[in-house]
Design a protein around this ligand. Structure first.
Ligand code: ZN
Length: 379
């Protein structure tokens, strides 16, 4: 048996246009890229057992520093053996830095050069996050891929405000690197900022490369700028980052966002969408979005997607899925989340195969054609 690697490394194995396929090797297992990371916010991918998440094809999960530091607390997770053992997931985990969620969830925030103080959205208690504390929390959790602590301004913002925020994030990136230290087997990713301004993106990339990271994220997108503006940035931003390191687009997205990002050179993504939609009766399929709440499914004996091999499609009818959603049965969230995560992983697998075969353009045409077709006709 091949020994497990001591360090985290990335190997590109194929390229078609700007789209890349590769492998990130970690002591906890390999991550096939392009990779989609389901979000396990509070130590669980909601409505899913970890072994089921693995069955959908996920190689890595994302955990949220902000949520875990507030409840149950990073020190407690560390005392209990770290996040992997605590949540029963022994494969790689990436944790965000907490910065983005402080900005979107916490109350009474105060931002200084040092960091940010805020009040918990759970109980109003006061907390502080700095680059140093964020690195410490992510170490206590046992995260395999650690993200730099950064600030993400809400768009639209003036160029001046975006520049000032980006430069603060770059100073915090240097402090994150210093505080992270040398931890074999764990990786630290830098985060490019700069909004939708090319010069600022370039300045940010240059600064990050100078500091030196194991991987690079394109940050500050998917914050309400729209797909066109996001793709506009992705037309140049990934190319500013090192070719031989993984590139991660944070918080994206819908299936067509993901395909468009991979086409532009992104290797990793995460989003709550497939799991969150599963709990609100929304299914993502090859033929677009299906709202299982609709009365048209009430008498429909057919599966959600007859070609899908997930348990929801293999063993249950649309009529049943409609019924359990309307009855607010827990299995509704379980089955639709499973289907959505399975579908997302099928997209990733399809793209990895197409990139390796040099047929990404044809795969993409088929992907869009399926969606354009729309859902099957009602019974
Ligand atoms: Zn399915």
């Amino acid at each position: 048996m091949r020994g497990r690697p001591v360090r985290v490394s990335y190997q590109k194995t194929g390229q078609d246009g700007q789209a890349r396929t590769g492998v990130i090797s970690t002591p906890r297992g390999e991550i096939r890229t392009p990779a989609f990371m389901p979000v396990g916010t509070a130590g669980t991918v909601k409505a899913m057992m970890p072994e089921s998440v693995r069955e959908t094809g996920a190689d890595i999960l994302l955990g949220n520093t902000y949520h875990l530091m507030l409840r149950p607390g990073a020190e407690r997770v560390a005392r209990l053996g770290g996040l992997h053992g605590f949540m029963n997931w022994d494969r790689p985990i990436l944790t965000d830095s907490g910065g983005f969620q402080v900005m979107s969830l916490a109350g009474l925030r105060k931002l200084t050069e040092e960091g940010v103080t805020f009040k918990s959205h759970i109980d109003g208690s006061k907390h502080e996050l700095t680059p140093e504390r964020s690195m410490e929390i992510q170490r206590l959790l046992g995260s395999d891929i650690v993200m730099c602590f950064d600030e993400c301004p809400a768009l639209p913002a003036s160029d001046e405000a975006v520049a000032e925020s980006m430069r603060l994030s770059m100073r915090w990136a240097a402090r994150s690197k210093e505080a992270f230290g040398d931890r074999p087997g764990h990786a630290l990713f830098g985060i490019q900022q700069g909004g939708v301004t090319r010069d600022l993106r370039a300045e940010s990339a240059e600064k990050l490369v100078e500091i030196g990271f194991d991987g690079y994220a394109v940050g500050g997108l998917a914050v309400g700028e729209g797909q066109e503006a996001m793709f506009g940035v992705l037309d140049y931003a990934p190319g500013m980052l090192p070719e031989d390191k993984p590139r991660y687009l944070m918080g994206v997205g819908k299936p067509d966002d993901i395909v468009g990002a991979v086409k532009r050179g992104i290797d990793m993504m995460d989003c709550v969408l497939p799991s969150r939609s599963g709990r609100t009766g929304q299914a993502w399929t090859r033929r677009g979005q299906v709202n299982i709440k609709n009365a048209r499914h009430m008498d429909d004996p057919r599966p959600l997607d007859e070609d899908c091999t997930c348990p929801a499609c293999r063993n249950y009818s649309r009529a049943y899925l409609h019924h359990v959603f309307r009855s607010q049965e827990i299995i509704s969230s379980m089955l639709l989340t499973w289907h959505n995560l399975h579908y997302y992983q099928q997209i990733m697998e399809g793209m990895r195969g197409a990139i390796a075969a040099g047929t990404f353009a044809a795969w993409e045409d088929e992907f869009h054609a399926g969606r354009a077709e729309g859902d099957i006709e009602p019974v």
